[in-house]
Ligand binder design. Structure first.
Ligand code: ATP
Length: 319
C-alpha cells in the first residue's frame, strides 16, 4: 500500500475521499496525517474546499526500485527511511541486530545527522542524500587504511559526473567546490579492527538544497552548481557503482595504489595550512598524504606526518 506522501508527491490535487479510499482509512485520519506531515517534515500542503489537498510543489522521493533501475544490482540490501535520527546511527543498530552486510541505509531526512566529533549535519527532508553503507571487513588494519579517503574520492567522482566538474577533496574527507562544502564523510567502526569488524561509510551530499540558515560554514549543492534539479535516486545509483568500484580496488590492492590519484585531486596540495587538534595548532605547508592516507606537512622545513579522526585543516590567510 502506498503512503500518503507517495500519493501526494505529484503536486496535484487529491480529494480527502480518494486519499482515504486509497489508504483504507477515514477522511479524518487523512486530515490527521496531513497535519503530521506539515508539522514533522515541514511540508506545505494547500487545502482547498471542493478540490482537496495538494503539496505546494511536487517532490521526488527515494525509491529502492528506481535506484536499482538505474544501476547494476550490487546485491546490497537497500533500506529507505522517511525520517531517522541519523543514517549512521541506524546502520550501527542494524549491525547490532545482526543484520547482514553489505546493506545501505538512506533517509529522506535526519533529525540528528552527525559530522565528526558530534557536530551536526544539516539534513532537510527530500532535498539531499543521507547515505550509510554497512560493510563487513575481514583481514585487519590494511583493509581500513585510507578507507575514508577512498569514500571521498568516490563521492567526488560521482559529483563530477553529475554536474559538478569543480568538485575536489580536502583532507581528510570533505568534498568541496572552491571553499564551499558539498559533501561530508563519516566512518564509524564496530568490532575488532585487527580481525573481523563492521564499518559504516556515512556520506552526506547536498543535492537540491538551495537555502539553509543552519549550516555553520560555506556550502553549496549540486543544484546550486549545475542549475538543475537532480534525481537523487540516480545519484545514489551512481554513487553505489563508483564506490563499489573503488572499494574493490582498495580491497585487492590496498590504499597505496589510490594515494597518487587522491593527491592529484586534493584542492589544498601545496597550500599553507593550520592543522588543529583540540586546542593545539601546527602551521605548515601541505606536501600530500602517505601510503596509509595520513597527512604529510612541511613544518619549519621538516616533513611531519599526522593522522587521526580529531584533526582539522584550515587554510592560512597567507596561502
Ligand atoms: P573538518 O575541517 O574538521 O573536517 P568540518 O567543520 O568540515 O571540519 P565535519 O564534522 O566534517 O566538520 O562536518 C560538520 C560540519 O559541517 C558542521 O559543523 C557544519 O559546519 C558543516 N555542515 C553541516 N551540515 C552541512 C551540510 N548539509 N552541508 C555542508 N556543510 C554542513
Amino acid at each position: 500500500m502506498p503512503t500518503l506522501l507517495e500519493l501526494l508527491k505529484d503536486g496535484r490535487f487529491h480529494s480527502g475521499q480518494a486519499l482515504g479510499e486509497a489508504l483504507g482509512v477515514s477522511r479524518s485520519a487523512i486530515w490527521k496525517q496531513l497535519q503530521l506531515l506539515e508539522a514533522e517534515l515541514g511540508l506545505v500542503i494547500h487545502k482547498v474546499r471542493g478540490r482537496g489537498y495538494q503539496l505546494a510543489s511536487p517532490i521526488m522521493l527515494l525509491s529502492a526500485k528506481e535506484i536499482l533501475g538505474y544501476s547494476s544490482d550490487l546485491g546490497w540490501d537497500i533500506r529507505i527511511h522517511d525520517s531517522i535520527d541519523s543514517t549512521n546511527a541506524e546502520a550501527l543498530r542494524f549491525i547490532e541486530r545482526g543484520g547482514s552486510a553489505p546493506a545501505l541505509v538512506v533517509a529522506e531526512r535526519q533529525t540528528a545527522g552527525r559530522g565528526r566529533r558530534g557536530r551536526k549535519w544539516v539534513s532537510p527532508f527530500a532535498e539531499n542524500i543521507y547515505y550509510s553503507l554497512v560493510l563487513r571487513v575481514e583481514g585487519g588494519m590494511r583493509q581500513l587504511e585510507g578507507l575514508s579517503l577512498v569514500v571521498g574520492l568516490a563521492a567526488m567522482h560521482t559529483l563530477r559526473e553529475c554536474g559538478v566538474p569543480g568538485a575536489g577533496l580536502k583532507w581528510p574527507n570533505d568534498v568541496l567546490v572552491g571553499q564551499k562544502k558539498i559533501a561530508g564523510i563519516l566512518l564509524e567502526l564496530v568490532g575488532d579492527p585487527a580481525d573481523v569488524c563492521h564499518v559504516v561509510l556515512g556520506v552526506g551530499i547536498n543535492v537540491n538544497m538551495q537555502r539553509s540558515e543552519e549550516v555553520g560554514q560555506e556550502w553549496t549543492s549540486v543544484r546550486l552548481q549545475s542549475g538543475k534539479v537532480v534525481d537523487r535516486n540516480r545519484l545514489i545509483a551512481r554513487l553505489n557503482e563508483v564506490l563499489a568500484m573503488y572499494l574493490a580496488r582498495h580491497r585487492s590492492e590496498g590504499f597505496s595504489v589510490i594515494q597518487d590519484e587522491w593527491e592529484k585531486n586534493h584542492l589544498w596540495q601545496g597550500c599553507a595550512v593550520s592543522l588543529i587538534a583540540g586546542v593545539s595548532k601546527v602551521d605548515g605547508v601541505v606536501l600530500g598524504i602517505d601510503r596509509q592516507g595520513a597527512l604529510r606537512l612541511s613544518v619549519d622545513g621538516a616533513e611531519r606526518v599526522y593522522s587521526g579522526g580529531e584533526l582539522s585543516l584550515r587554510l592560512r590567510a597567507d596561502s
